[in-house]
Design a protein around this ligand. Sequence first.
Ligand code: ATP
Ligand code: LTN
Length: 332
Amino acid sequence: MEYKKVIFSGMQPSGFLTLGNYLGALKNWVKLQNEYDSYFCVVDMHAITVPKEPKDLRRNTLELLANYIASGINPDEVTLFIQSHVSAHAELGWVLNCITYNGELSRMTQFKDKSKKQESNAITAGLFTYPVLMAADILLYQADLVPVGEDQRQHLEITRDIAARFNNRYSDTFKIPDPFIAKEGAKIMSLQDPTSKMSKSDSNENSFILIKDDPDTVIRKFKRAVTDSIGVVSYNDEQPGVKNLINIYSKISGKTPDEIVSAYDGKGYAQFKEDVAEAVINELKPIQEKIDYLLKNKDYLEKIYLAGAQKAEIAARKTLRKVYKKIGFIPK
Ligand code: ATP
Ligand code: LTN
């Protein structure tokens, strides 16, 4: 029997998903899910590395699960679960913390960025060791591939380093995972500052499109999107705003950037922005309807995450048992 390769990925339930999350990560998960043995997780333990209201975390966790399914993740095909339901994540996280060096964690750019946003006396040890828990997530399932956006590349590198270190010290245990970062859409940029990533934690609401945004909001945000004074739709680094809009359009329509550029030959930005907005609205509409439906059917969601945790638990325990044995813990 031929085994499928394994993919693992997750997102934090830290607020509403953006078009960046959807195009940069989720849409790729949907494409890959049938080809691989797929594990998709709601990483609630990562979300508490910065302060969270319990009631918001609860709501966001279910909403994120609904977002996954509404975007096309098939719960009958994949293992869909909530991180805190499988305690092996915390357990392996601890072991890996003990073979990870402070020096390598302090080089993580996400930590530097996120800690800038916190008061200096509110930066937690959890935020610092966040990448180690992420390594545990991935290594528990012996994942071959990890589909993420460009911003997670560094976390994948440290995951590989940690896995290789463990394997060298204690003999072969973990599969060394590869990142899977799609060429287009890997980094959807802010609509207000096209040199920085579209991020849901941006204080300017016009900088991001949320999956839940209604059509009028989508149109308004695209109309206000920062472009340039060149006035010609073309795909190059001197026009980062237009390039970003082309990337968004391309990822949704399946047309190549070249095809888009020729379709707008001689036309201005206004028509182009309207068409991008319309494409986004049409893409989001069925997803929004499905999210509403799912959130009214919490029993169904519960069935899915309970079954997912059961399946994940089996795979995760198998790896953790090996790890405990190799490091010298006495089996009970
Ligand atoms: P924040 O921006 O608040 O730090 P986030 O939007 O990056 O959070 P995450 O949960 O960290 O949210 O990301 C989930 C997934 O979405 C990751 O795989 C990440 O790489 C991807 N992603 C996030 N933003 C973008 C973006 N602008 N373009 C492409 N992919 C993105
Ligand atoms: N760090 C990721 C979320 C995340 C993840 C993972 C992604 C946690 N564990 C395992 C892929 C695999 C983020 O901030 N987007």
